[in-house]
Every structure is written in structure tokens, then in C-alpha cells.
Design a protein around this ligand. Structure first.
Ligand SMILES: C[S@@+](CC[C@H](N)C(=O)[O-])C[C@H]1O[C@@H](n2cnc3c(N)ncnc32)[C@H](O)[C@@H]1O
Length: 294
């Protein structure tokens, strides 16, 4: 089998560095509501066995159990220090590298990975492997970053402190970890190619407002990736400091990078727990009503 490699947590975002759990939690604060609404609309609930890949601090794993009432969650990460801090009935923790050739934790009704694949090489092969972990009738749900301020033909990127530093961040993370968000808009097609049907996707962009979770997430992320950003030669320390101040000021007028979520259903199977024929399409959340597929 193939080995995919990847150096997340070694050169940048080291889990042993003070405050890394809080940084992940700022991202979770910005996105957990959207993620949980989608997972519940897809039917996540009693009877579901779930796999949370690259679970981080485990906010989604815990909310699947506590709010959606799923039967169990296997939370996997290359470093489980945050996951092990607070045990919860139904939460199983596994320290493993999802790119390892022998990674095969079983079959699940839900396989979920958020902000993980973008940091790992071989997205298409990894998506295919994760699709293989979904039981018939179950769903694969992937979320990763999309940055709408670059890449579109004819797009104009305003010259703000935010855009300069974001460009350096993506380049710096690419040079050090191998992070590549260029693939993310292809995820719907890649899920279909992996045999999932139907497939759908949506994007959420949280507002950049002073003191908001997403603003604090970016400021902290820039501090932790500062060396990688400076090494690109695109920005210097003054630029990074100016961008951090800009984010926290009323002058801030920028569009944040957002989160693309894509989901697809594995053909076959029955419907215990609710991943029925609508699992890859518009679905109705049992508690909050209809959720738009965006
Ligand atoms: C940006 S965090 C996202 C955490 C969580 N999914 C969330 O959205 O809040 C990425 C997580 O993926 C984990 N990770 C990165 N590479 C991994 C790998 N090869 N195998 C398992 N976990 C990995 C990291 O340790 C980290 O906890």
C-alpha cells in the first residue's frame, strides 16, 4: 500500500507548544455549529458508529455523542493529548497516522475529517481510502479551507494587510507541511470518483470581526507559522504585526478564508439510524428543521 507522508505538527502547529489546543478550539468555535447542523441533517444520531479523522481537541466527536446522540465515536489523531484529557462514554481514542498503509480502523456509518486532508499529500488517494471506511448506506463528510480571495480568473485581491499575510501563510504552509488548499474545490468530484452517490457541497465563510473566534484563530495561526511565512520572502515581521493589529481593529474589511464541506453516500445498505436515500442530498434535521445544502 502507499505511504502518503506529511509533517503536520512537526515543523508547524506542534501540539506540545503552549496554546495549540486553544488555537484549534478557536477554529472549532467558528465552525462547529455549521458542522453539527450538516451532520445532523445527514441523519447522525442513535445507532450511528462514527469515525472522526484528525479529531484535534475532539469538539465534533464530543458533540456527536452529547448532542446528536450517536452510539460511538472513534476519534483518531497523530497526537491524542487533547482527546485523552476528558474521557466521555462512547468516545474511543486512537493514536494513529491516517496516512499509514496499515490504517484500517473498521467500517463506520459516518466518516468525518475537518481541516485535515488539506495538510496531507495525496488528497485523491486519501479520499478514496476514507470512502472505503464507510459502510454501505453511510456517509463520508469532509471539510477543508477555501480562500475565495485568490485563484479565480480575473479576480482582484485588495492590497490589505490581511491579504498579504494570508498569501504568505498559504505559501509558507505549503513549503513546510505540504498544505495545499488548491484541491479543495475538487472534493465533490473526488468523492463521486471514489464511488459515493449522491454528492453535495456547501461553503461557509465566518465574518472577520474584531475579537471573533475566526479572527483570533487567524492571529494565532499567523504567530505559529510566522517563521514559515517570513521564509517565503513575501512578508516581514512588520507586515505580520500590522496584519494582527488590522484584524483586531475596526479598519478590518476583509473576506476570511472559509470552509467547504462536501458529503457523499456509500451506495447500498439499509437505513438504521437514518442515513436514508436523502443522506447525500437535502435532508431534514430532526430537531432544527430543514437545512439548506447551500
Ligand atoms: C487543524 S487540526 C483540525 C482538528 C479538528 N478536526 C477540528 O476541525 O477542530 C488538524 C488535526 O489533524 C491531525 N493530523 C494531522 N496529520 C495527521 C495524520 N497524518 N494522521 C492523523 N491525524 C493527523 C493533527 O494532529 C490535528 O489534530
Amino acid at each position: 500500500m502507499e505511504q502518503f507522508g506529511g509533517r503536520y505538527g512537526e515543523d508547524v502547529f506542534r501540539p506540545e507548544q503552549a496554546g495549540e489546543g486553544e488555537r484549534i478550539d478557536f477554529g472549532a468555535l467558528a465552525y462547529d455549529g455549521i458542522t453539527m447542523a450538516r451532520l445532523r441533517a445527514l441523519g447522525a444520531g442513535p445507532g450511528w458508529r462514527c469515525l472522526d479523522v484528525g479529531a484535534g481537541t475532539g469538539t465534533v466527536s464530543r458533540r456527536l455523542l452529547a448532542e446528536a446522540g450517536v452510539t460511538s465515536v472513534l476519534a483518531v489523531d497523530r497526537d491524542v493529548r487533547f482527546l485523552s484529557e476528558r474521557p466521555l462514554p462512547g468516545l474511543d481514542v486512537l493514536e494513529a497516522d491516517v496516512t499509514a498503509p496499515d490504517f484500517d480502523p473498521g467500517r463506520f456509518r459516518l466518516v468525518h475529517a475537518r481541516f485535515v486532508l488539506m495538510h496531507l499529500p495525496g488528497h485523491d488517494r486519501l479520499i478514496s481510502r476514507l470512502a472505503g471506511l464507510v459502510e454501505p448506506g453511510g456517509v463520508l463528510v469532509l471539510s477543508d479551507a477555501v480562500d475565495l480571495t485568490s485563484g479565480l480568473p480575473g479576480s482582484v485581491t485588495p492590497g490589505t494587510p490581511y491579504t498579504a499575510v494570508m498569501r504568505a501563510m498559504w505559501q509558507g504552509l505549503r513549503d513546510t507541511i505540504g498544505t495545499d488548499v488548491g484541491w479543495v474545490p475538487s472534493y465533490p468530484h473526488l468523492l463521486r470518483t471514489a464511488g459515493l452517490l449522491p454528492v453535495a457541497a456547501e461553503i461557509h465563510v465566518p465574518p472577520l470581526q474584531p475579537g471573533s473566534p475566526i479572527s483570533r484563530f487567524w492571529a494565532d495561526t499567523w504567530q505559529r507559522s510566522r517563521a514559515a511565512m517570513l521564509a517565503t520572502g513575501l512578508v516581514d515581521d512588520t507586515d505580520v504585526d500590522a496584519a494582527v493589529r488590522y484584524l483586531d481593529s475596526e479598519e478590518c474589511a476583509a473576506l476570511s478564508a472559509g470552509m467547504l464541506t462536501v458529503w457523499g453516500r456509500k451506495p447500498g445498505g439499509t437505513e438504521p439510524g437514518g442515513a436514508g436515500p436523502g443522506a447525500g442530498q437535502e435532508a431534514t434535521d430532526r430537531t432544527t428543521g430543514p437545512v439548506s445544502s447551500g
